[in-house]
Design a protein. Sequence first.
Length: 263
Amino acid sequence: MVSREVQAHDTVVRFGNAAIGGNKFAVIAGPCSVESEEQLLSVAEVVKQHGAVALRGGAYKPRTSPYDFQGMGVEGLKLLKLANEQLNIPTVSEVMDVSQVDTMCEYVDCLQIGARNMQNYALLKAVGESQKPVLLKRGLSATIEELLLAAEYIYDAGNPNIILCERGIRTYETATRNTLDLNAVAYLKQRTHLPVVVDPSHGTGVRELVIPLSRAAAAVGADGIIVESHLKPCEALSDGHQALTGPMFEQLMQELKPFVEAA
Ligand code: PEP
Ligand code: MN
């Protein structure tokens, strides 16, 4: 169902006033984790001011170590709702478990399936039964075919509002956190009608590489990016090393202008 052979025209996924897919390059931005009201609202204001169409922020965090910050949970979801209401910006947040789906649907506008859950089929079915848009990230070691079949689970369960996300894969390379597979973006744009976004933050793991890889994502034909941003990255509770500062986010948007403003 997600194949171009079934549907030739591009799917545009809408939530709030955001539209992902079509001619405009969409930028989704915000912190890795929701940490406090002040942290979330201050960065949300900056990214919105510079043209982000949606705010990201994790309330449930899939951390490699159980001793690392696990997210604020429902309190974090409430802050996302607050940001949405105060700034009129739709929100994206990761759902980690079937038991969280209903609650998350009350508070956020788009459900993110993280890389570690791309093949959690019970979760894919559950978000498929909801009607919320889903941002589906490619698994750490998933093939493109496996990503498309994961999307098929969501579609088959009744939800066609799916955004695919290339967020870097595991390779032998250790200089960067992951290897951003831009082949996948060009390939996916031919194979499927679903919108494809790139996550250069997790794709590189290095703040200084986020802007160049964002430009590359736009050049290769992605429908947008999802990037991490934090006004005080050195104080971030997760992924501070890959977060764009406020001035860097402004710089990013300046460089993406021709794509963001395309009619
Ligand atoms: C995230 O978006 O913060 C995240 C955990 O991403 P991924 O699932 O791609 O690692
Ligand atoms: Mn992160």
